[in-house]
Design a protein around this ligand. Structure first.
Ligand code: MLC
Ligand code: AMP
Length: 490
């Protein structure tokens, strides 16, 4: 594994910072060897066993992730804020045999683990350093990340070590990562943006990655003012929130921040469309033109504005080196220049398969091996511009991908809801807001439904507003009226 050989090369350098605590690459190597031994117990190789982990961002997270890889397991990061049913879905779908938790999450999963005969261990446990580690093949599966699609349940995206290395190496080269870099991780660590672009690239480059436990504009700006951090990556909603907070500051504070931000080497934005207005405001605040790029759980990053050349507002840039991109029509034939088409991607960066879903995997690739992204783009003067998605059922909110069908399925289980249609409506801050049009029975109470669904689904998937659609006949619900639903809420 290149990430391990790179860590050995940079052994003495600081890898991780959490508040006043610091760990070197040697600490990470030692910690992950010990924890790998703990995972292995008497085994020589985990042989692709799925190891789920619910661990706070920081040293322990990286230690556990590397330990799983070094012991021959497949890492399955769990979302720290998911309600139990969502966690259970991932644990059951992957048939994870071991669950690793930060001590404070033990109580959430204890009952599930004992009822289902799973081994539950905390990050504090440790094994013996003398245990030999297995040989890991490039083609071995390394990571399963869950992503929503046009089906009602999220699918596990299987990424091999080869996929992850290609994704990281492409970005380290394209964005000129170096061991002198110091980045700040504010993103959730069950998605590719935080895992690959922030932690993976910084570790591969021998750079330093600093963590804060959760998003706080105030905390982020405080750290920026300390002039250590020089690389930052986030979703558009985070830049929007930082701008909103910046607007509340006194002029002198704004000037100090400008001076600190101006010294950054790189600021990247992605996971959802970056509004031109956000890009322009950030430029005034920081003196930086954000580098927007386009990616997906299944492919890592595929298209990026250039590090050195023109960063064009409203465009995601040009294909990264070693990533092939085509725009095609509905028959998967190349479209004439200047027309819009679905983005197809090929390269070592592209995932292996959907976990235990051979039919769905096959469906998402063309017969000659191109991955169908479902995103529609147009190429103008060599730069790609994303114009939409081929499915109205996929919503992007706060950088999270959300399946409208998944929410509809849950809502329909409530006795007050006869039928419903969920859609995303444009929103400056969140990109899209999740809304639900509901055909309700008597007694329907939106606030009770809101609470009810939040116990079953993560808050960011929960519809923000409800409208009782008495005017629409029952059969008008569903896919065909999604655009009407959107109009109703705007
Ligand atoms: C939260 N809220 C939302 C919301 N998310 N409202 C509307 N839409 C959403 N999506 C509401 C909550 O319900 C709550 O409201 C209030 O906002 C605060 O919630 P929170 O959870 O505390 O939000 P916050 O902590 O402010 O987090 C916002 C955020 C977070 C932007 C930091 O959403 C985030 O980390 N997003 C990043 C996701 C990400 O990494 N995506 C990458 C996927 S990979 P109330 O009323 O209850 O107070 C990928 C590939 C690629 O896409 O290309 O990178
Ligand atoms: P996910 O499945 O969560 O990895 O989300 C991937 C999706 O995010 C892509 O298929 C796109 O629809 C969207 N996306 C990522 N980056 C951008 C971007 N820069 N502009 C527009 N959409 C983006």
């Amino acid at each position: 594994m290149k990430i391990i050989s790179s860590a050995k090369y940079h052994a003495k350098k600081i890898a991780i910072v959490e508040g006043l605590k610091k760990w070197s690459y040697q600490d990470l190597l030692d910690g992950s060897v010990h924890f790998a031994a703990c995972l292995l117990e008497t085994k020589e190789h985990l042989q692709g066993a799925r190891i789920a982990f619910m661990v706070d961002p920081g040293f322990d997270y990286v230690k556990v992730e590397w330990a799983i890889w070094r012991a021959g397991g497949i890492a399955v990061p769990l979302c720290l804020t998911h309600p139990l049913p969502s966690l259970q879905y991932v644990l059951e779908d992957t048939a994870a045999s071991i669950i690793v938790v930060s001590p404070q999450y033990q109580s959430i999963l204890k009952g599930y683990a004992s009822d289902n005969n799973k081994r539950l261990i905390t990050t504090e446990e440790t094994g013996t350093a003398n245990q030999p580690l297995p040989v890991i093949e490039h083609s071995d599966p390394a990571l399963i990340l869950y992503t929503s699609g046009t089906t009602n349940k999220p699918k596990g995206v299987v990424l091999t070590h080869a996929n992850l290395e290609a994704q990281m190496e492409n970005l380290v080269d394209a964005w000129k990562w170096s061991a002198d870099d110091h980045t700040l991780c504010v993103l959730p660590l069950h998605h590719v943006h935080g895992i690959v672009n922030v932690i993976g690239c910084s570790m591969l480059a021998g750079a330093t990655c600093e963590f804060i436990p959760n998003f706080s504009a105030e905390k982020i700006f405080t750290l920026f003012l300390e002039n250590r951090i020089n690389v930052f990556m986030a979703v558009p909603t985070i830049y929007y929130k930082l701008i909103t907070y910046w607007e509340t500051l006194a002029a002198t504070e704004q000037e100090s921040l400008y001076a600190s931000l101006k010294k950054f080497r790189l600021m990247v934005c992605g996971s959802a469309a970056l509004p031109v207005s956000t890009m322009e405001k950030w430029e005034r605040i920081s003196g930086h033109t954000l580098l927007e790029r386009y990616g997906m759980t299944e492919i890592g990053m595929a298209i990026s504005n250039p590090y050195d050349g023109e960063r064009r507002a409203g465009y995601v840039g040009i294909p990264l080196p070693n990533v092939e991109v085509r725009l095609v029509d509905e028959q998967y034939q190349d479209i004439p220049a200047g027309e819009q088409g679905e983005i197809l991607v090929k390269g070592e960066n592209v995932f292996k398969e959907y976990w235990r879903k051979p039919e769905e995997t096959k469906k998402e690739f063309t017969t000659d091996g191109w991955f169908k992204t479902g995103d529609v783009a147009i190429k103008e003067n060599d730069y790609y511009r994303i114009v939409g998605r081929s499915s109205v059922d996929i919503i992007k909110s706060g950088g999270y991908k959300i399946s409208a069908l998944e929410i509809e399925e849950v809502l329909r289980n409530h006795e007050w809801i006869k039928d419903c249609a969920v859609a995303g409506i444009p929103d400056d801050e969140w990109g899209e807001l999740v809304v639900a049009a509901v055909e309700a029975t008597d007694g329907f109470d939106a606030s009770i439904i809101n609470q009810w669904i939040r116990e079953r689904m993560p808050a960011y998937k929960t519809p923000k507003r409800y409208l009782v659609l008495e005017a629409l006949p029952r059969n008008a619900m569903g896919k065909v009226v999604k655009n009407d639903v959107k109009k109703l809420f705007i």
